[in-house]
Design a protein around this ligand. Structure first.
Ligand code: PMV
Length: 331
């Protein structure tokens, strides 16, 4: 049996991916921009040639149900793409809760794609690696790179141009993200199901698609200018717009809890007190706060004092995917 071990960091979108133009390949209906987080890490050990045993182990235990089936399908697809009919299996460890709207699937699928290419000794460009990761989970396309990253909508039907590219690396403009964890349990509606439901039933979906290109352009400019106030303002507006179209679906999907709202208000309070802090929220109740590294402790203290916040995580920006064991087959 051959093995390779890869490590990828989660990423959090500041201009969100929400909606697909092709569900099979996870081609997005909109482009997105994210930051990669150093301290939310997934390790994936992919092995090839094993004959039996569970094919998806998470934190030392066999994963079951829908998550296991989806990973097995993804491993089979990866094997075909990378030219093998051999059986692939994976062991995953993460430093943070899985399936709770903390972008675990991005880190996991990116690490799996990288470890699979390594163990199968297939040389891939980083762009192709991004496309391979994307098929596992859309947002995984962005975890290939560190720092500030854009994932492009792309035009081609095969998705070969719907890949991530780096904007700024993690050291070029350091910022911090404080995650206020409200609920560590799995989310009620997986993002895949929610995106489909929103596209089919939300009367606001078309407006969302139309408003994304100007947000992306403004975000690129704000990052180029290293303007954290502008980055944060665009990120908050974009997040609220994504959740607004989700509220407007029939029936509505609401990822927030009362604690989420209290945490958002705490961020506004920090701003009123002169601290540069802005929130974003994904498909779950957790509130992620973008701030300057020097303010991270103060932000974490304020967020942890919000009644109902279970705990906080703080992270600086982190690197792109890398191999811990095995050859690096990408350029
Ligand atoms: O990659 P998925 O299918 O887990 O979807 C991610 C969706 C959001 O986290 C809400 C937004 C984003 O761009 O990451």
């Amino acid at each position: 049996m051959r093995e390779a071990l890869a490590r990828a960091c989660a990423n959090v979108a500041l201009v969100k991916y929400w909606g697909k133009r092709d569900e099979l390949r996870n081609l997005p209906a909109v482009g997105s921009i994210s930051v990669t987080l150093a301290d939310l890490v997934a390790d994936a050990r992919v092995s090839v040639g094993g004959r039996d045993g569970p094919r998806f182990i998470g934190h030392g235990r066999a994963v079951e149900g829908r998550a296991a089936r989806r990973m097995e399908e993804y491993l089979d697809w990866l094997g075909r793409e990378l030219g093998t009919a051999e059986r692939l299996s994976v062991e995953v460890d993460t430093t943070f809760p899985v399936g709770a709207g903390l972008a675990s699937s991005a880190a996991i699928h990116c690490a799996v794609a990288a470890a699979a290419a390594s163990v199968l000794e297939v040389a891939v460009e980083r762009g192709r690696l991004s496309a391979l990761a994307r098929v596992g989970s859309g947002s995984a396309a962005r975890s290939v790179y560190g720092g500030w990253v854009e994932w492009h909508h792309g035009e081609r039907a095969d998705g070969s141009d719907s890949i991530a590219t780096p904007i700024l690396d993690e050291d070029a403009w350091p910022v911090s993200m404080v995650v206020a964890i409200v609920d560590e349990g799995p989310k009620d509606v997986p993002s895949r199901d929610a995106m489909r439901h929103v596209a089919e039933t939300s009367p606001l979906y078309a407006a969302w698609i139309a408003s994304q290109p100007p947000d992306l352009a403004a975000m690129r400019d704000a990052i180029a200018a290293r303007d954290l106030e502008a980055v944060g303002t665009i990120a908050e507006e974009n997040c609220l717009r994504m959740h607004a179209i989700t509220f407007a679906a029939r029936p509505p999907i609401v990822y927030w809890s009362p604690v989420t709202l209290a945490a958002m208000e705490a961020v506004r309070g920090l701003r009123r007190a002169g601290c540069t802090a802005y929130f974003t929220i994904d498909a779950g109740p957790q509130v992620k706060v973008l701030c300057r590294p020097g303010d991270a402790q103060r932000v974490a203290k304020t967020m942890s004092e919000v009644p109902g916040v279970v705990r906080t995580l703080s992270s600086s920006l982190g690197p792109g995917v890398r191999l811990l064991e095995g050859a690096t087959p990408w350029t």
